[in-house]
Ligand binder design. Structure first.
Ligand SMILES: [Zn+2]
Length: 138
């Protein structure tokens, strides 16, 4: 899962999917909010709320396309020195990343369906094949 050495975690889904899931995941977590989001540049900054024990922390992340069509999420140090204070942020990062992984798993598309007559890929709840017009079972 989360690689502490490089501050990265990889997901098999494409970047736009991971980006949306990250925004929705953070929105649902009571302790966190999005303070900056740039879908095109693949940058998101998550802010954790102030608690009795600490001031709010900022967790900037960047999202990168991987050669296999997946997404690499990199946690960027707020100090920009490449050294992240894991002791302080680790728990927050793990909460966000675990929820993001769960969210992505939950919305994984159902297995692709194909027409049994001509092999055309079927989208949605189609009852007839758009290619050959034969009825297809759900
Ligand atoms: Zn067909």
């Amino acid at each position: 899962m989360f690689n502490e050495q490089t501050g990265t975690i990889e997901f098999p889904q494409p970047r736009n999917i991971v980006f949306d899931a990250l925004i929705h995941t953070v929105a649902r977590l009571p302790k966190f909010s999005i303070s900056f989001a740039d879908p095109l540049g693949g940058r998101v900054t998550v802010k954790s709320g102030m608690t009795l024990l600490s001031w709010g922390e900022t967790i900037p992340m960047t999202l990168h396309d991987t050669p296999s069509g997946g997404t690499l999420v990199r946690i960027v140090s707020a100090l920009n020195f490449g050294l992240v204070d894991w002791g302080k942020n680790r728990q927050n990062i793990e909460v966000i990343m675990n929820n993001l992984a769960l969210n992505l798993r939950a919305q994984a598309p159902a297995a692709a369906r194909f027409c049994t007559h001509c092999g055309q890929a079927l989208t949605g709840p189609a009852r007839f094949c758009p290619q050959c017009g034969q009825g297809v079972s759900a």
